[in-house]
Design a protein around this ligand. Structure first.
Ligand SMILES: C[S@@+](CC[C@H](N)C(=O)[O-])C[C@H]1O[C@@H](n2cnc3c(N)ncnc32)[C@H](O)[C@@H]1O
Length: 211
């Protein structure tokens, strides 16, 4: 990695992600899913902790927040302290989650499947650590249903992805969840205001079936 790239990823990218991911339209999407988390929670790709505003304090026993970025995790820690949430941060990627099988009651994953380099591996781990019957609460931007928009997403990926921490515009979140074995119980998909290659959002609730 060049020194310029390292400086960009360390100093510029974290505040840019915090700003972009903190837009009011995204907070409305977050609120619709995160408030349902309960018990022992794992938030995958917790980033700067923007979801922490939406947890119901009385419902969560503990939140493990996993993210490889030290810079973003620092912001998440401050946000958890402000709300007095029981957050433990793990500076790791989701491809190997240090937890026993069936450990968590709920998983939260927002605007992160787009960025994880190996989403299939990460989702297999997320499935493993979630209790049978437990819920994965998700909200992701990704592959648009309209062919011209999807074409633009594929065209833009090579220049967008290096500027945005590896984010891909054309990930099909719901398809990845189904492929990992989750049952999609609720799914809402729509464009948010803004340029269409960036704004097609899928949010909902996926369950790990009972054995
Ligand atoms: C666009 S940000 C979203 C952050 C946060 N989930 C939110 O909703 O604001 C994508 C996040 O994915 C994280 N990430 C990148 N690779 C990851 C991996 N392998 N496992 C888990 N998270 C990862 C990044 O560090 C970043 O915090």
């Amino acid at each position: 990695m060049t020194p310029l790239r390292r400086a960009y990823e360390r100093w510029l990218l974290p505040p840019l992600l915090d700003l972009a991911c903190g837009l009011p339209a995204l907070h409305r999407e977050r609120a619709a899913v995160v408030a349902r988390a309960q018990g022992r929670v794992l938030e995958v790709g917790i980033g700067s902790g923007l979801n922490l505003a939406h947890y119901r304090v009385a419902q969560v026993q503990r939140i493990d927040g996993l993210d490889p970025s030290a810079e973003l995790s620092r912001k998440a820690r401050r946000r958890a302290e402000q709300r007095q949430l029981p957050l433990q941060l793990l500076q790791l990627g989701a491809e190997r989650i240090p937890a026993a099988d069936d450990h968590y009651d709920s998983l939260v994953c927002t605007f992160t499947l787009c960025t994880i380099p190996e989403p299939g591996l990460a989702l297999a781990e997320m499935y493993r650590v979630l209790k049978p019957g437990g819920l994965l609460l998700f909200c992701e931007h990704g592959l648009a249903p309209d062919a011209p928009v999807a074409r633009w997403q594929r065209r833009l990926n090579p220049c967008w992805s290096p500027c945005a921490g590896g984010c891909r515009l054309d990930r099909d979140g719901p398809a990845l969840l189904r492929a990992a074995g989750f049952a999609l119980e609720e799914l809402q998909q729509h464009y948010l205001p803004g340029p269409r290659p960036w704004t097609y959002v899928s949010r909902g609730v996926a369950r790990k079936p009972q054995r």
